[in-house]
Design a protein around this ligand. Structure first.
Ligand SMILES: *[C@@H]1O[C@H](CO)[C@@H](O)[C@H](O)[C@H]1NC(C)=O
Ligand SMILES: *[C@@H]1O[C@H](CO)[C@@H](O)[C@H](O)[C@H]1NC(C)=O
Ligand SMILES: *[C@@H]1O[C@H](CO)[C@@H](O)[C@H](O)[C@H]1NC(C)=O
Length: 557
């Protein structure tokens, strides 16, 4: 016994000694170690977009600027008509033009507000690819090769950008304003090519069946000339087929969106939602507009983006509704951004009559002679207007950038979506409780007035409450441009074999389908279970038969 005590005693002394030595060492230590990230070298980064205007370009250049400030060599590659979009980002981001726009097709020809992917839209896509593919491909190839490009960030519409980078084994990132890629799809996500809500949650069985087995194949059939043209132009240039949008393409998809606007769902490791990106500066209000905003307390701002303009009928319904709300003192003024070109539209009404009997001559409203509280502007600083505390509602077409700017400033939305991602955006804003949506096909006065009133009066305070949390979400998420820059740097420095973004590659990429889904073992388990049930049943039946047979035997005996 005493022997064990001795050992225990010695152990205790050792432990105490150890502790006191550690304490002594700690008090003499030379401070803590701060982990340091080593210095990584500067790289050459190319960002490109040739289509889509400012909403495709500004946000990526915003990320480009962050990268340039971190010492990288960043350039923006585009065509002559888009050079102007690069100006605010110079000198940090250099702008390089590949030359003039070489097609008769303009970006706006790629949208038909009456029918998504109509014949004319398909024809525009086809012609555009035929006109621009080769010029762009060789321009990208020469630029990437001569400048020893380390990474390219191409717009979703710039197929030649991806093809040139792939030929040269350069890692690729696709920038997109909404997600169309396969690794962001879920069975309940409705295809972008089908009009309607972004998910099938509120669709009936028949609607879902129709979408999947009638609408989608129909779209693919109508769109097939485009795929054929792509194949033809690539064959002509000697390029292998490649789908940057594919799930296992090895291209990172960087999306200027966020959960809260896009439908939350599981996504793959090659997908990064980095939005909403808000520019670091915007034009401020000119003096007279600032005075207008200061002097009114309930201003509605109306703008439909650079590409869209309401039809004469739609214009009439909207304007009449706004005038009636103005007469009812629900708003005390509006600013309507309406281009001089749109004012030439032949189907615009000449005059408007409200329920009170007042007549408004449209020409006088345009010139500002009718009422100083009702302003039509050829151009207006959108962000600055939304940023003013007296702006109480934004009537918008629902383009992603417009929605981001409105939410950032906490301004509720009345959406009048035309095409593209706008109907889905409008639906999401309505679901999020920060706006309402108008239906162009059933557009009428009663509905529009009712919705204007509902948002502006906000009797239950719901829009205000919902907007508070949405605004916080958007403002905090807008810091994600730094995350986007981090992500790009991470690819730049950790890529293997030139363009292998190995650490994101899905494990299932190199797995047999049965193994990846576990269907093989599940099948064996199921077979085993069925076998077991069969045996149990057989035994049970056999047991049941036993007493039935025996009494008979007894009787006969
Ligand atoms: C920076 O990029 C430009 C344009 O791509 C290229 O011409 C130049 O050589 C690059 N500079 C350095 C130092 O890599
Ligand atoms: C869609 O379905 C959800 C869940 O059932 C429901 O909460 C929501 O109100 C529906 N939205 C519409 C527009 O019907
Ligand atoms: C007015 O618009 C609403 C919403 O789109 C629709 O439900 C209603 O049927 C329309 N009314 C008329 C008379 O067209």
């Amino acid at each position: 016994m005493s022997f064990f005590f001795l050992i225990f005693y010695i152990q205790m002394v050792k432990v105490l000694l150890g502790i006191s030595i550690l304490l002594a060492l700690a008090s003499f230590s030379l401070g803590d170690i701060v982990p340091q990230i080593k210095k990584f070298g500067a790289k050459t980064i190319h960002i490109s977009a040739t289509m889509g205007g400012i909403s495709h370009i500004a946000w990526t250049l915003e990320i480009g600027k962050v990268l340039a400030q971190r010492g990288h060599n960043v350039s923006f590659i585009t065509t002559d008509p888009n050079v102007k979009f690069g100006v605010p980002y110079q000198p940090e981001v250099k702008t390089i033009s590949m030359g003039p726009h070489v097609s008769t097709v303009e970006f706006r020809d790629m949208f038909d507000v009456e029918e998504l992917f109509s014949k004319s839209v398909v024809a525009a896509y086809t012609k555009l690819i035929e006109d621009t593919y080769q010029r762009d491909y060789y321009a990208y190839f020469d630029l990437f090769e001569s400048s020893k490009t380390d990474i390219v960030i191409c717009d979703q519409l710039s197929l030649p950008c991806f093809d040139a980078a792939r030929e040269l084994n350069i890692p690729m990132i696709m920038h997109m304003t909404m997600s169309l890629s396969e690794d962001t799809k879920a069975p309940f996500i409705t295809s972008f090519f089908i009009e309607g809500p972004p998910t099938s949650r509120n669709l009936s069985f028949t609607q879902r069946f129709y979408n999947r087995f009638v609408s989608l194949p129909g779209f693919l059939y109508r769109f097939s000339p485009v795929s054929k043209t792509i194949k033809k132009m690539r064959a002509k240039t000697g390029i292998e087929p490649f789908g940057p949008l594919d799930r296992h393409s090895g291209v990172i998809k960087m999306i200027n969106g966020f959960w809260g606007m896009e439908s939350p769902r599981p996504i793959g490791p090659f997908v990064e939602y980095v939005g909403p990106i808000i520019s670091s500066t915007y034009s401020s209000l000119p003096e007279n507009m600032k005075r207008f905003m200061d002097q009114h307390s309930n201003v509605v701002y109306i703008a439909f983006g650079q590409m869209y303009s309401p039809s004469g009928k739609e214009f009439e319904v909207l304007l009449t509704s706004l005038l009636e709300a103005y007469e009812d003192k629900i708003l005390d003024g509006f600013i309507w951004s309406f281009s001089l070109k749109s004012r030439q539209q032949s189907d615009l009404p000449k005059q408007i009559q409200t329920r009170s009997g007042s007549i408004y001559i449209v020409k006088d409203l345009f010139s500002g002679n009718r009422d100083p509280n009702l302003r039509f502007e050829a151009w207006s600083p959108q962000f600055a207007i939304l940023n003013h505390e007296h702006c109480k509602l934004f009537v918008s077409h629902g383009g992603a950038s417009s929605i981001h700017e409105s939410l950032f400033n906490g301004v509720p939305l009345l959406l009048h979506p035309f095409t593209s991602d706008q109907p889905a955006n409008a639906y999401s804003m309505q679901e999020a409780g920060v706006g309402l949506s108008l239906d162009r096909k059933a557009h009428n006065l009663t509905d529009t007035i009712e919705k204007l009133n509902r948002i502006l009066l906000d009797k239950e305070g719901k829009f205000k409450l919902n907007m508070e949390s949405m605004q916080a979400l958007v403002q905090l998420k807008s810091r994600k441009k730094y995350h986007a820059a981090d992500m790009i740097e991470e690819v730049l420095h950790s890529v293997r074999d030139h363009n292998n973004i190995w650490y994101r590659r899905e494990v299932v990429e190199n797995m047999a389908m049965f193994k990846a889904t576990n269907w093989d073992i599940d099948l064996v388990a199921l077979a085993g279970l069925i076998g077991f049930i069969v045996i149990v049943c057989k035994t049970f039946i056999a047991l049941l038969k036993l007493p039935l047979v025996q009494p008979r035997k007894l009787k006969s005996n």
